[in-house]
Design a binder for this molecule. Structure first.
Ligand SMILES: Nc1ncnc2c1ncn2[C@@H]1O[C@H](COP(=O)(O)OP(=O)(O)OP(=O)(O)O)[C@@H](O)[C@H]1O
Length: 580
């Protein structure tokens, strides 16, 4: 019986079904060879005790040797066949998961590192499902049937007893183990997650906790959670061991019952011994299903996440640079309203905005005005509650997930810098960019001098989340990547954040100059300097458009823009006067 996510994942296994079936049969042959080895060796030892002529034992001696050797060979071939099939399939799964993640551009998921965990550990769940659950599970089931069939040749009543023992070991105990593991996962996983958050808060927030004298309280809370987790894990480990012990007991009891029934049925002494040892070996094979059931339960969450991504996108995302959309690249916001929480004030309230192809528009406004939300709606990361956003006349929400990023993109809020080299981080924007394109984008973002000054140049590793860069360098790297991607509608959300005023002006000017003519720009900024050359400036406040026009019109009119511009000018003049 397979669950929904398993079914979705297994659909991808279809092209490799032949190989997987082969691996399953080889696994069954390996286990059966082991069982036959035990049974034949027992027959040989017990028969040899009666000192019969050697020629009566020759076949058994050869069989023991052959079975011992073939078991190793079969196991090796099974592993080879199974891994070959599964690794081929995993490559497909990874490509599809990556394609969906890229297409979806789920900002929240990328921030939490969820994307990486999906690509690595969740996809490995698919591998484990096949190699550690389904292949050994099918092999154990097949061997059980063969064992009961073989026992029936000696004594049908003993075979009946064996069948009952195998059902206990291979069905009842695995079901019990799965139930316990599920409970463990449901209770332990949230606690582990909370403890991981505690650990991050305690390390990253250590300085602030100490400054507020709150270290002791925070530590005590984390310790109490760790204590609760330890108690729960001890209890679950004890019940887990109890299930394992029950498995051993089931093996012993089944063997004893088989012996009694076989003796009553008048089976000869040597064959009773063979039945007893064969029973122990067969039950042990079935007990492997207990481990498989536990594993399968633990894989649930990972498989569900992978299945969620598999159902979304069938084909890997294209890496080709942006091409013209069928209806051009005119962007239009019509009455867009976004409300993040029921009852809360809207982040955007009925916003109308036109961004015809080639136009450059800045969106400014106080903190919390809804600027980033506007960008998020345009890139499809947030869906409007009412109203619509169209690109080339097509509703953004109706565009295929892999098509939108080819048209709209850029530097979004809290752009992620990967733990990779400068070159790799840049190539994410345009995988086939050549050296000249890399250089031009990096120069426009004002990062080229820094790159050239590094001993490793483009191959400089930037650390986890760009931790080995300054805030300004991280921002420039993210901006260079956006400029390299050069989508026809370029969104730049605070591209000069973290730069000093002079650098901010220079970078903004060079970034705008580097954007090809005909490409539109939606610039989001809290700085008003450097906006004079733009076609339009839209002032947002509390989710509404309160002013719009060119820079020279807006500074001439009373309002938020003029006030803010005068304040920023005065502050920056003061800053420059004080600067050495
Ligand atoms: N993911 C979210 N969940 C809930 N509320 C949100 C979320 N993102 C933004 N908001 C709220 O929506 C409103 C607009 O936020 P937004 O980030 O769009 O503003 P902004 O103009 O970009 O602000 P800033 O200049 O400070 O970045 C704010 O009140 C904010 O608290």
């Amino acid at each position: 019986m397979t669950h929904g996510p398993e079914r979705a994942v297994l659909r991808l296994a279809r092209p490799y079904l032949g190989r997987l079936l082969g691996a399953g049969l080889l696994a069954a042959a390996t286990e059966f060879a082991g069982l036959a080895l035990m049974a034949t060796a027992t027959w040989l030892l017990m028969s040899a005790a009666g000192r019969p002529p050697l020629d009566r034992l020759t076949v058994a001696i050869v069989a023991v040797r052959a079975l011992a050797v073939s078991r190793g060979v079969l196991r090796y071939t099974e592993r080879l066949a199974g891994h070959d099939a599964v690794l081929r399939m995993i490559t497909d799964v990874r490509a599809r998961v990556f394609a969906t993640l890229v297409a979806r551009r789920d900002a929240a998921a990328q921030r939490t590192g969820d994307a990486l965990s999906r690509l690595v550990s969740d996809v490995e769940a698919v591998q484990d499902l096949l190699l550690r659950v389904l292949v050994p599970g099918a092999a154990a089931a097949l061997v059980s049937v063969l064992a009961v069939g073989s026992a029936a040749l000696i004594s049908p009543p003993a075979a009946g007893v064996l069948a009952v023992g195998l059902l206990v070991a291979g069905v009842a105990l695995p079901a019990l183990a799965a139930g316990l593991t599920r409970r463990a996962a449901d209770e332990v996983a949230p606690l582990r997650g909370a403890l991981a958050v505690d650990a991050v808060d305690l390390t990253h927030g250590a300085a602030d906790l100490a400054a507020f004298g709150a270290t002791g309280t925070a530590l005590a809370a984390a310790e109490s959670r760790a204590g609760r987790l330890a108690r729960l894990e001890r209890r679950l480990a004890a019940t887990g061991f109890a299930v394992d012990a029950a498995g051993v007991l089931a093996g012993g009891l089944t063997a004893a019952a088989v012996v009694v029934v076989a003796l009553r049925a008048g089976v000869g002494g040597v064959l009773v011994g063979v039945l007893a040892v064969g029973t122990l070996a067969a039950v042990e094979v079935s007990l492997a299903l207990v481990g498989a059931a536990r594993q399968r339960t633990q894989l649930r969450a990972g498989l569900a996440r992978v299945a969620d991504l598999l159902t979304e996108s069938g084909e890997p995302a294209p890496t080709a640079p942006a091409g013209p959309a069928p209806g051009g690249h005119d962007v239009r916001f019509t009455g867009v309203t976004v409300r993040y929480r029921e009852g809360a004030a809207p982040a955007l309230a009925g916003v109308d905005l036109d961004l015809p192809a080639g136009r450059r528009v800045a969106v400014v406004g106080p903190s919390g005005a809804g600027k980033s939300t506007l960008a998020a709606v345009l890139t499809g990361a947030v869906r409007p509650d009412t109203g619509r956003v169209t690109v080339g006349g097509v509703d953004v929400s109706g565009l295929p997930a892999d098509e939108l990023p080819r048209t709209v993109g850029g530097l979004l809020a809290e752009a992620y810098v990967f733990h990779a080299t400068v070159r790799e981080n840049l190539l994410l924007g345009r995988p086939r960019a050549d050296e000249a394109e890399l250089t031009a984008a990096t120069r426009a973002a004002g990062l080229l001098d820094w790159v050239r000054a590094q001993p490793d140049g483009w191959e400089t590793v930037v650390g986890e989340q760009g931790g080995q860069l300054s805030g300004g360098q991280r921002q420039r790297l993210a901006l260079a990547r956006a400029l390299l991607a050069a989508p026809p509608v370029l969104v730049l959300d605070e591209p000069t954040e973290g730069l000093d005023p002079a650098a901010a002006d220079a970078v903004l000017a060079s970034a705008l100059a580097a954007t090809p003519a005909g490409h539109s720009v939606l610039l989001i900024s809290h700085r008003l300097s450097g906006l004079a050359g733009l076609d339009e400036i839209v002032v947002l406040d509390a989710g509404r458009v309160v002013q719009r026009g060119r820079h020279e019109d807006l500074v001439a009119r009373p309002g938020w823009y003029r006030e803010q511009w005068l304040l920023q000018e005065a502050a920056e003049r003061g800053y420059l006067a004080l600067a050495p």
